[in-house]
Design a protein around this ligand. Structure first.
Ligand code: ZN
Length: 242
């Protein structure tokens, strides 16, 4: 929320086991308005004369919607990657952690061995080159793996005559994945670092969007049918942070 205003304060309600805190703002408007922002903050704008109890009861009534919005925005925000490309740096691949070892070699090459990710360079040292090599290696691995998951899960989706969505992979700052307006599955390159069960969850989540655009009840019903433990996987993915 960037437009924080002065005449507001923080209020909260209890909804089941969940505490919902929100910025309460008074304005000249006649009705109460609730907004949920991508950073998960909530702002409630209430008429000047509305009493706190009625505001709270209205917020409580809208709590399921508020939580849905927050789930939508937190869908799978990746952690901020801040990688260095020198020996000793750590990288994740399919949920396992590997140490980077850079050395001089006869050819430019990336290889996984034991708990190490070996990068050999003809012109050593050159951390920019290491970054480029690793990125293209990760991208090739991601493409193979994500494609495999897509192939595996598409036939399990509801009967339809939609062709299997195409896959696009690119680094993204804020999302693990999305389903594009043109019907493609867009996945974050960094997702290849996550555990296999989490990758599967993201792939299936996006495939569900081929049938249900929004995160409504029908969407979650389908997701739950396909991956009954999706909540655990989502939680694991959130904790993972690349
Ligand atoms: Zn979604």
């Amino acid at each position: 929320m960037s437009d924080l205003l002065k005449n507001q304060h923080i209020d909260k309600i209890q909804f089941g086991s969940k505490q919902i805190s929100y910025y309460l703002l008074r304005s000249a408007r006649k009705t109460l308005a609730i907004s949920v922002y991508p950073d998960l903050k909530i702002r409630v704008t209430a008429p000047q004369e509305a009493d706190l109890e009625s505001i709270r009861s209205k917020v409580k009534k809208r709590a399921p919607w508020i939580i849905r919005q927050q789930v939508y925005f937190s869908d799978y925000l990746p952690g901020k990657p801040s990688k260095t490309y020198v020996s000793g740096a750590s990288f994740h691949y399919l949920g396992r952690q590997y140490r980077l070892k850079v050395k001089k070699g006869h050819e430019d090459q990336v290889k996984l061995s034991g708990r190490f990710l070996f990068v050999s360079l003809v012109n050593y040292p050159n951390s920019k080159k290491v970054r480029l090599l690793l990125q293209s290696w990760m991208k090739a691995k991601a493409k193979l793996y994500f494609d495999k998951k897509l192939q595996e899960w598409w036939p399990k989706m509801p009967a339809n005559n939609i062709p299997k969505p195409k896959l696009i992979i690119k680094p993204m700052k804020k999302r693990w994945g999305s389903f594009t307006k043109t019907g493609k599955v867009l996945l974050n390159l960094e997702l290849i670092g996550a555990p296999a069960s989490c990758i599967e969850y993201v792939v299936v989540h996006e495939l569900c969007h081929a049938f249900h655009k929004n995160h409504g009840k029908a969407f979650y019903r389908l997701l739950e049918n396909l991956i009954p433990d999706w909540k655990n996987r989502k939680e694991k993915l959130e904790k993972f942070g690349i």
